[in-house]
Design a protein around this ligand. Sequence first.
Ligand SMILES: Nc1nc2c(c(=O)[nH]1)N[C@H]1C(S)=C(S)[C@@H](COP(=O)(O)O)O[C@H]1N2
Ligand SMILES: [Mo]
Length: 171
Amino acid sequence: MKSIFAAFALVGALLVSPIAVWAQSAPPTASFIVSGEVTQRLVVNLAKLKTFPVASADVTYFAAGAVTTHSFTGVLLWDVLQKAGIVVDPTVKNDILRKTVTVYGSDGYVSVFSVGEIDPFFGGNQIILAYAQDGASLGNSGLAKLVAPGDKAGGRFVSNIARITVRDSGR
Ligand SMILES: Nc1nc2c(c(=O)[nH]1)N[C@H]1C(S)=C(S)[C@@H](COP(=O)(O)O)O[C@H]1N2
Ligand SMILES: [Mo]
């Protein structure tokens, strides 16, 4: 019985460990894709990010149990979404409030936002796609890291952004 368990554990480890190693060593991103319910799919690299107005914020937050403060420079997530053009049905009351924005890290880390929380007409949360931290590019954190200035902890600050997808919540 013990040896059967050991055999299963070994096979499991052999299957899972390369995946775990691959996920942790996902190389830093140089661009990300904005797609889903948008009129124009975007491939965003540093040059493209810099075509948007600069947004910056000094943010203090908990990261892994310790308080940390950084000065971030980037662009508003809202501006990038406006460029992509969120598809709304004008016959549906406040259709924009049904939309979600899912931000994917290259390592499989994910955080979901609502368009309502960042739309300047509603929540107006100044969420930033930062390409610089304390005056330097992000290095191993990739091209861009999401920064939600009001957050208490850094969990939503997805780094190494690979993909941003707009979806409808359905009916
Ligand atoms: N891609 C990716 N982004 C991530 C994480 C992660 O595991 N992968 N961890 C999050 C967590 S839990 C925290 S606390 C912050 C840490 O951010 P810091 O590098 O600014 O300290 O990154 C967030 N962003
Ligand atoms: Mo964290």
